[in-house]
Ligand binder design. Structure first.
Ligand code: SF4
Length: 316
């Protein structure tokens, strides 16, 4: 499948994920989180052992997503869950848990192809780290992408190496850029993920970082607010030194996202803006806002400020 995205959404002041779905598939498709049974190289010793300081995987993997069930069964359970709301829709199998490329190629191939063999699944989305994808894996996924929808979402998180070191990320910005370029070059839909509000990063640096990433050949950008979650090293740091964490109030975050939207590449698609950690795990900030609610607030704020995606983007 070609990754030549040209269709524009006329309905919003920014390119949202619904517009991306319509451009690529001609209809709404649902991402279905599955746990592919991979581990994380920043936890199992391949890269590190402590994990990223913000991460508690239980905070972002849905309940129906259990690795012991196997891939096909997780897909079936996920479809049952979503069919109550949208019956008959198509699905993308989303390898969301831990690092979705952290296994030998033959294992990856078997798991991705099991997902793609399901009649309701029209493609795969793989969340992973930029330093956990080999050329061999990218070559395989590039070949697969000629026939099926294949997307890799790279956790970039920040464009400052000192900030990445502080959160024990285990990779730098250079690896992130190379991974995005190598993925896109092979015709794979490529996404980048950034966290806004990491300790040590100023508001201006967050905007500049998003602009920098938007200059890479990525198709999709995901943003989310830093959340301090129970069971993480960051939770301990936050309790010890809350002043180190520039956690945003919702209204401030909204303005920050507007600043980013008006400075980034105009043809990039924005997939999401907020994360929703389960209330029992979330320490701060506690906004209680769902992504679709934030998207409506964003549209209103863009209108109020008389601005739109890419208004100030400079193509260098
Ligand atoms: S965010 Fe990803 S790379 Fe970091 S510890 Fe969690 S699963 Fe591992």
């Amino acid at each position: 499948m070609k990754s030549n995205v040209t269709t524009r959404s006329n309905e919003r002041r920014y390119r949202d994920h619904a517009a991306f779905s319509r451009a690529i598939f001609g209809e709404r498709v649902q991402k279905l989180s599955i746990d592919g049974g991979f581990s994380c190289p920043n936890r199992d010793g391949t890269i590190g052992t402590g994990g990223c300081s913000f991460c508690n995987n239980h905070a972002f993997v849905p309940e129906y997503c259990r690795r012991e069930s196997g891939i096909t069964r997780q897909i079936e359970e996920g479809i049952r869950f979503f069919e109550r709301k949208y019956s008959g829709q198509k699905y993308l199998a989303y390898f969301q848990a831990y690092s979705g490329t952290h296994a030998p190629l033959e294992v990856l191939r078997e798991r991705y192809e099991e997902a793609l063999a399901h009649p309701r699944v029209i493609g795969i989305v793989i969340a992973t780290r930029p330093d956990t994808v080999t050329c061999e894996t990218l070559d395989y996924l590039g070949t697969l992408a000629r026939e099926r929808y294949v997307c890799i979402e790279f956790g970039v998180e920040s464009t400052r190496d000192d900030v990445l070191a502080r959160i024990n990320r285990g990779h730098g910005v250079a690896e992130a850029e190379i991974a995005c370029r190598e993925s896109a070059r092979r015709g794979i839909f490529t996404g980048a993920h950034l966290i806004l509000g990491l300790p040590g990063e100023s508001r201006r640096e967050m905007v500049e970082g998003a602009v920098q990433v938007s200059r890479w050949p990525v198709h999709l950008l995901k943003l989310h607010q830093l959340q301090v979650v129970e069971g993480t090293r960051m939770a301990e740091e936050y309790r010890a030194r809350p002043g180190d964490f520039p956690l945003h109030a919702l209204d401030e975050y909204l303005d920050l996202v507007v600043d980013i939207v008006e400075h980034i590449r105009p043809d990039l698609y924005l997939e999401r803006f907020v994360n929703q950690t389960p209330a029992e795990l979330l320490i701060a900030p506690r906004w209680g806002v769902k992504n679709f609610e934030f998207a409506m607030m964003l549209e209103r704020r863009l209108k109020e400020r008389g601005t739109w995606q890419g208004k100030y983007y400079e193509d260098k």
